[in-house]
Design a protein around this ligand. Sequence first.
Ligand SMILES: [Zn+2]
Ligand SMILES: [Zn+2]
Length: 489
Amino acid sequence: MTPYINDFPPESLPISSIDNIPEPPLNENYSYNKELQRILYGKQLLFENLPHSIEEIHQHYENSYISYRKGIIKTKSKIVCARCGNKDRSLFASFPCARCGEKECTYCRKCIMMGRVSECTPLIGWCGPDSVRDLTGNPLEWAGTLSPGQQVASDQVKQAVIESKELLVWAVCGAGKTEVLFEGINTALAIGKRLCIATPRTDVVLELGPRLKAVFPGIQVAVLYGGSEDRHLQAPLTIVTTHQLLRFYKAFDTVILDEVDAFPYTADETLQYAVRQSRKETSSMIYLTATPSQKWQNECRSGKRNFFTIPARYHRHPLPVPDLKWCGNWEKSLKKDKLPSAITYWIRKRLDNQKQCLLFLPKIDKMEKVLTILRKTYPKIQAVHAEDPDRKDKVQMMRNKEIPMLLTTTILERGVTFPNIDVAVLGAEDRIFTESALVQIAGRVGRSSQFPSGDITFFHYGKTESMIKAQKQILKMNTEAKKKGLINH
Ligand SMILES: [Zn+2]
Ligand SMILES: [Zn+2]
């Protein structure tokens, strides 16, 4: 049996017509191709992703160094894509296929940007030995110290890694969650394990890459995102966007998923499937977030989920608690080219005292309107949104204190840090401002140890449950931090 390819003799069958793909016995004396092992270990790739000839690949299969899995699994009642987990019939299509000669060869449209997986496409993986690495005793080179809150969390992470457990680290914004991973990663690397840090956002991958390379200087770190060059790099530590995980199969002893609540992970089942597929059967899973979903919070409370909180920031000051302020029908005011007086007062008080501020708005058109109104008095104010080509420049101008105030959509809810700012939301009742979005937005305030406090106000036209829950969550963390002695006051 060979998976059917053009170059194979006509008696071979397309992989879709083989019920059980045979697993030939392992030939221990086979001298396998080390290059192929390096590229393929822990992956699931297509013939066209591999620079090697089909004959060579197939010979590895016959000696049990390579495995074939069906790309598309079709039963009477359903179709599943084995690479991305797609089960939605509307996301499959058929084409007259030159490879298998069928008039209707079904393929998955959902993951097609990574190469077409059709009924006659095998997913190729490595089932031979892993390459042996020279182990260095203690790869971590970091001179920093952990806060007491970080230290306990770090011990928990380390334990989860050693015992192949699942753990959610619920760390408030500004807790310093990356440092909490160092010891756990170090322990795993020292015993030859493979780790992956996955995150939904390319920005985060680009930021984490150099940071981890700096603290693990003797270890190869692969940094994978759409268009990166490390695609075939086999490294003990891999940092990927959740999307790139689709290339991996049973690869990692530990997967660390950062910002588990952030778009698009929760929105997209494919990515959850990718995370599951990328883990070895015995592996640990560390989730990191400042804002777990309602479902996860409930699971934590009822004891269904193993979790650990870091309720305080590393600088030992409490989290600023949002103030909820009714501001009337602000959209109606905007139509009359006006801002609600409560907002005007809030802005004036800050700008007249040279205090920088951020104002979040639910929609771009509303933001543009507010910008026009404000610029009559403060011409230097800028606004950013996701598609703004000058986004990075404007954020930098804000950092350089060249502009007094930045208006923004939720695009700046995560990841950005300005040292000394006050923050407000206008239209906090909008559906886009979920509990976690609001906690993240509040988390922009008071992050620097030089300016650990600041003001956060949600201006609204009717309180929502999200606003109240966000406020409660922050208050609860502060109470817990006090109890644990993690804040100064
Ligand atoms: Zn697919
Ligand atoms: Zn086909």
